[in-house]
Design a protein around this ligand. Sequence first.
Ligand SMILES: *Cc1c(COP(=O)(O)O)cnc(C)c1O
Length: 386
Amino acid sequence: MQPQNQVQGALEIMYILGEYLKEISGFDAITLQPAAGAHGELTGLLMIKKYFEKQGDTKRNIVLVPDTAHGTNPATASMCGYEVVELKSNDRGQVDLESLKKNLSGNVAAIMLTNPNTLGIFEEKILEISSLVHQAGGLLYYDGANLNAIMGIARPGDMGFDVCHLNLHKTFSTPHGGGGPGAGAVCCNRKLESFLPIPILSKDKENNYFWDYNKQDSIGKVKGYYGNFGMFVRALAYIMANGKEGILQISKDAVLNANYIKEKLKKYYHLPYNLECMHEFVLSGINQKKQGINTLLIAKRLLDFGIHPPTIYFPLVVPEAIMIEPTETESKEELDKFIDAMIQVDKEIKENPELVKNAPYNTPVARVDEVTASRNLNLCWSSSCN
Ligand SMILES: *Cc1c(COP(=O)(O)O)cnc(C)c1O
């Protein structure tokens, strides 16, 4: 709430962070306002919508979303008033070009893609996809939740995307989950720049930073104040501490870690897409389920080994999915501990399934009724706060 001339240092932090994020993603302009990835998606699609309105192109009412997409993608598109059309993946876990061609038309506003996608697979045909969509007059939205697989190696701007969000709370060091704050910076190219939310952080001739509200085509403000500032400091510190080489190394290490676990575990759990993966990969617990133990029970048993279980039952294209995303910061000892626990659980399923069925044994609460928990939320943690 202070006047701009008293917060020049804070504005400089935001400005420099913005410059780095534009360079890393390959885009021309940025806003740090959105408070999460989903909020970035909303911002990006509102910008796309305004872009077509400005051109008088009112018939584009469809957004294409692959079947591997995160649930926020179709949710965002329908919140923005678009009809969502699902694209089928092929047997390599990637967008099927025939399905894309069949669905492209003058009614398509945009395609939303994650690359690498949620199966941890890089879309090999991305350049073909982006030129097909552009030829049909549509735009491309990049869901940047998986950026940590490709930093310093490939840039969404160079792949042909027009706008993207970056989850600072995933790729740039702030831990996510547990209800902490998020930050979903949105970067775009020149086509969409004038639609970014106001105010835009700018620098005048005397190198003073200021908020520019004078943007007629802007979609308006999308958040109170200027975003989650604490996360900008952390993201900037992370980028500067790692440097250009370090940023590249982060992605190489994340990809190596995921492939290491994949190779060790594919003998024990079904691997539906047996390709080299990026920073994550997806196993299926279908064989374990045949022995009476589903993926939820496997995740519960992992708690007894002191392990936060991976994401389960997502992406939806894999039955009994177990999505494993180790990140770049885990040591080999930690990776091996996880691998050993997964192998041990598989052994227990064969030898003593009752043990797994009743897990976990070492947590204060074993099972929660998730439906009741979300419908009748009770945030008291001690008897004195009722
Ligand atoms: C996490 C995630 C999102 C949503 O981001 P939030 O910051 O949680 O809103 C969107 N897409 C993918 C692929 C994600 O992993």
